[in-house]
Ligand binder design. Structure first.
Ligand SMILES: NC(=O)c1ccc[n+]([C@@H]2O[C@H](COP(=O)([O-])OP(=O)(O)OC[C@H]3O[C@@H](n4cnc5c(N)ncnc54)[C@H](OP(=O)(O)O)[C@@H]3O)[C@@H](O)[C@H]2O)c1
Length: 185
């Protein structure tokens, strides 16, 4: 049986130099830098997450609902919020607790879990996951307001899964990498 990665972070990043420092930009003004311009990346995201559990921050969930008119279909969505009066859409559940990471860990014993952002939720889960699926997007950006945590190359092995040229389906060239955390001694 193949090794299971119970919790995976899935994210699209644009590498940029901001104030002289290399950063992985994931958001600007509430949207992703690439918007919805990479059809093959959107397909990869859907194919990977459908049928599984997704964990999402309330702000990203709001943006998804605004863009699509509904939550992500065919996935069990857990929304993180500190607002105890938050009413989720159908099929979505709310994680309000300070024990959100332990609860997600418990869920991941029986289900594959994908952490789908945004910035605050990636920060929260990054130290606890052993697998990242990162779409590296080749676009120029000089700013951004939401970032992915720094990835120390000593801690991770990287396997290229897909490379895509810019074309009619994809506005920018991109590649998708699977990062697995090296054993911690
Ligand atoms: N590039 C990508 O792949 C990607 C993917 C997803 C999102 N994004 C981008 O990321 C940006 C949004 O990220 P963000 O950091 O602003 O917001 P976010 O992580 O989506 O959501 C933040 C919200 O999550 C809740 N939250 C945070 N920590 C929590 C905890 N420990 N327990 C319970 N609830 C908690 C709070 O909700 P309440 O305020 O309701 O309490 C908080 O305001 C957007 O620009 C979006 O486009 C990019």
């Amino acid at each position: 049986m193949p090794f299971r990665y119970p919790i995976t972070i899935i994210v699209g990043v644009v590498e940029a130099t901001i104030h002289g420092k290399k950063k992985l930009v994931i958001g600007k003004d509430g949207d992703q830098p690439q918007g919805r311009t990479l059809k093959d990346d959107l397909k990869f995201f859907k194919d990977t997450t459908v049928g599984n559990v997704v964990v999402v921050g309330r702000k990203t969930e709001d943006a998804i609902e605004k863009a699509l008119g509904h939550s992500l279909c065919d996935r069990d969505t857990f929304i993180l919020t500190r607002d105890k009066s938050y009413v989720p859409k159908e099929r979505c559940k709310v994680l309000c607790s300070t024990h959100a990471v332990s609860i997600v860990n418990e869920i991941s014993k029986t289900r594959d879990v994908y952490v789908i952002g945004g910035g605050q939720i990636y920060e929260l889960f990054f130290p606890h996951v052993n697998r990242l699926l990162i779409t590296h997007i080749d676009m120029n950006i000089s700013d951004g307001d939401t970032f992915f945590p720094d990835i120390d190359p000593h801690d991770w092995r990287v396997k290229k899964l897909h490379c895509h040229e810019a074309n009619g389906r994809n506005k920018y060239q991109f590649w998708i990498g699977e990062y697995t955390r090296k054993p911690r001694f």
